[in-house]
Design a protein around this ligand. Sequence first.
Ligand code: 5RP
Length: 233
Amino acid sequence: MPTSLLAGPTITYSQDELKQLAAQAALKHIAPKLGPTSIVGVGTGSTTNHFIDALATIKHTFDAAVSSSEGSTERLKAHGIQVLDLNSAARVDVYVDGADEINAQRQMIKGGGAALTREKIVAASADEFVCIADHSKLVTQLGNFPLPVEVIPMARSLVARALVQLGGQPIWRQGVITDNGNWILDTHELNITDALLLESEINNIPGVVCNGLFAQQCASVAFLATADEILKI
Ligand code: 5RP
């Protein structure tokens, strides 16, 4: 069950301010766990950008970051935070990232920013996955947000036909090339009643690099900001 971490009068916040509050809650959660050898995994997106800015205020307390996108790497470096190649990191203490949707089981849809593959890789390397979002991302069933699927370009049509067989309506995100040089199919209309199974089924389609379901590897904890509290799930 979600737990409220803040009490006080209701203030009107913009969605961006809520993202910032969630990022601050994540910083508060991870700060006591960091030491001079700690590596922080960093996601991608507007909520994560707030987290990177907050992380910069404690950059002297940990060793380095590993990043899930060129964009986040640039922002981390601009703050003077060392960014390691994941292969050079012996371990990643914690990974902090946003989500496009999250349910009460902390399963997520991610990839709205096209960084899903590297996000899943860094998340898989981390001891803990902290999800941060404004409360609009909390859903009872995943799938209203179209599921991003990263595909090898030559397999786009093949994968699209297979996604239709699974009940989806894939739309090619034209003009977007991922950091890995691939394309994205945003898949609408999926009836996601078994996220664990669907994640595997989509991964098994030849040409799929990764899909945006984070069910097999859900968040360890989520901080979701509402107008008057931070929900901890
Ligand atoms: C990027 C992601 C982001 O975490 C997701 O799209 C949420 O973004 P934002 O924090 O901007 O709402 O998965 O690939």
